[in-house]
Write a protein that binds this ligand. Structure first.
Ligand SMILES: [Cu+2]
Length: 267
């Protein structure tokens, strides 16, 4: 069965895009993106709340103590017990309501979710990601399931993945620091030369989405736009079979540069 990309190009999110759409985040197509969205909306709501409170105080007191109502000025250093108490309470409310809360929630998200990498039993789809000025290269293990062998599937710019499977990325860079960013999953992680970073995701909706570099990496940083192509399980297998077949002919295995990948340990 030939894999048909055109069917997936119908991404409803990208159609009918109006000016207002710029205010909304891209569609979340991951199982855990909502955790990041919650933090974002919580921080925004709390900031609006405290901003309103400060404005009410600023403009409210300016109005109440206008010189027409209070011709005799009142001077204070703000160091009376009541004033110190109110200032301290507002400071504590901001600290615990925003800083401590988002730190605690994001730490829990990291430990309980984003750092809970899929186990071997969960049979994650594994991908190696190589960033370089200015391109992404994705390396999929071929039929042998091993990385850095002659049957690996290498694709520039396009990342083909199945829906409803756990996917683990191991990421590195050839030159400078880049950042592998999937806006529709809210996830990003730095790609660092000489180091392997990790990220995992589970996708919920087939379609074609953006891949970006989220680290200013040079003059052609903007060229590091890739495509995340999310397939149904069936289409993914068809794509992989086709890509494996092509890899047999196209892989330049005499070139040592071909073997930039690495075997996966437990790190
Ligand atoms: Cu980059």
């Amino acid at each position: 069965m030939m894999f048909d990309l055109s069917r997936l190009m119908m991404n409803p999110w990208k159609m009918n895009a109006g000016l207002l759409d710029a205010f909304y985040p891209p569609k979340d197509i991951s199982t855990n993106g909502h955790l990041i969205d919650f933090l974002f909306y919580y921080t925004t709501a709390m900031n609006i709340f405290f901003f309103t409170l400060v404005c009410l105080g600023l403009f409210g007191f300016s109005y109440l103590y206008h010189h027409k109502r209070h011709p005799k000025p009142y001077y204070t250093h703000g160091n009376k017990k009541k004033q110190i108490l109110i200032t301290t309470l507002i400071g504590l409310a901001v600290f615990f309501g925003i800083d401590a809360t988002i730190t605690s929630i994001s730490n829990q998200d990291l430990v309980n979710t984003f750092w809970k990498f899929p186990t071997e039993e969960e049979k994650p789809v594994k991908v190696e990601v190589l960033a370089q000025q200015w391109m992404w290269t994705f390396r999929h293990p071929g039929e042998d399931g091993e990385f850095n062998t002659a049957d690996d599937i290498l694709v520039n710019h396009d990342l083909h993945l199945p829906v409803n499977r756990k996917i683990e990325f191991r990421i590195t860079s050839k030159d400078v620091i880049h950042s592998f960013y999937l806006p529709n999953t809210r996830l990003k992680v730095d790609a660092i030369p000489g180091r392997v970073t990790r990220m995992w995701v589970e996708l919920t909706e087939p379609g074609v989405y953006d891949i970006a570099c989220a680290e200013m990496c040079g003059t052609h940083h903007y060229l590091m736009k890739g495509r995340l192509i999310v397939h149904s399980e069936e289409d993914y297998l068809a794509w992989k079979a086709e890509a494996s077949r092509i890899a047999k002919y196209e892989n330049d295995t005499d070139n040592p540069e071909f073997y930039w990948g690495w075997k996966w340990g437990n790190n």
